[in-house]
Design a protein around this ligand. Structure first.
Ligand SMILES: C[S@@+](CC[C@H](N)C(=O)[O-])C[C@H]1O[C@@H](n2cnc3c(N)ncnc32)[C@H](O)[C@@H]1O
Ligand SMILES: Nc1nc2[nH]cc(C(=O)O)c2c(=O)[nH]1
Ligand code: SF4
Ligand SMILES: [Mg+2]
Length: 222
């Protein structure tokens, strides 16, 4: 089983409710979407083929020995769009079997029902401002595990916020899942977003990309 891999790196988880934890990232090459704000366009084509064993060996060399419990080494599969690769579910299962806590970062454009339910799924509901909101697979909502998985809405503008709020209320997701609202870096004022969430009493988690605050927005491999 082979995968085109853009990069594998060890850093601090910069997004989601697990932000701040050391994490090994596996970034697969390729994405069929073209979000207006994508900060990872270098992963659309660049990469080298690696087989499953080589990926597991690289992860092991960075994350250390697998463990158990809440502080088991943490590994995230991202991209590009990892689920655009037909064998991504098998890679995720192999990482789980090796004893890691495993997360998947996905655009919600591909069926997450094929993924082991123990994988922490961080599913990005693309907004109109991304230009890719029509790629959303509504059936994915039924596969999210409350208390484990997360919905993320990355907002380009005040109009995107209004759309995101209405979508969350219409779908009833705020009663069931951890929902994250993030500004597009450099596009939507984070203070405006934070204040608006508070003013609206919206039970979502505001997030900034921590790694960009630490290393700047252009640094790769962090
Ligand atoms: C690079 S994507 C890879 C995973 C998958 N393709 C997706 O979009 O969820 C990882 C996350 O970074 C977010 N992201 C990309 N560019 C961003 C930007 N300029 N500002 C804030 N978040 C961004 C995406 O919305 C997504 O949630
Ligand atoms: N530090 C760090 N945390 C991240 N969380 C999700 C990322 C991604 O690109 O999917 C990411 C990333 O690129 N870097
Ligand atoms: S789906 Fe993810 S990787 Fe693909 S263009 Fe959008 S943000 Fe970038
Ligand atoms: Mg990133």
């Amino acid at each position: 089983m082979r995968f085109k891999v853009n990069e594998i790196f060890h850093s601090i988880q910069g997004e989601g409710s697990r932000a701040g934890r050391p994490c090994v990232f596996i970034r697969l090459t390729g994405c069929p979407l073209r979000c207006s704000y994508c900060d990872t366009t270098y992963a659309f084509h660049e990469g080298e083929f690696m087989d499953l064993e080589a990926i597991l060996a690289r992860v092991r060399s960075m994350a250390g020995a697998p463990g158990k419990g809440p502080n088991a080494p943490f590994v995230e599969l991202t991209g590009g769009e990892p689920l655009a690769h037909p064998d991504a579910p098998a890679l995720l299962s192999a990482l789980l079997d090796a004893g890691y806590e495993v997360a998947l970062e996905t655009a919600g454009s591909h069926d997450i029902g094929r993924v082991d339910p123990r994988v922490v799924k961080i599913v990005d509901r693309k907004t109109p401002g991304s230009g890719e909101s029509a790629r959303w697979l509504e059936s994915n909502l039924a596969h999210l595990v409350p208390g484990q998985d997360e919905l993320k809405l990355v907002l380009t503008s005040e109009a995107d916020y209004a759309w995101a709020r209405a979508w969350c209320l219409e779908k009833g997701v705020l009663d069931r899942f951890d929902v994250l609202f993030s500004p597009v870096w450099g596009a939507l004022d984070p203070a405006w977003l934070a204040e608006r969430i508070v003013a609206d009493g919206l039970p979502v988690r505001f997030q900034l990309q921590l790694h960009k605050l630490v290393w700047g927005a252009e640094t790769r491999g962090v």
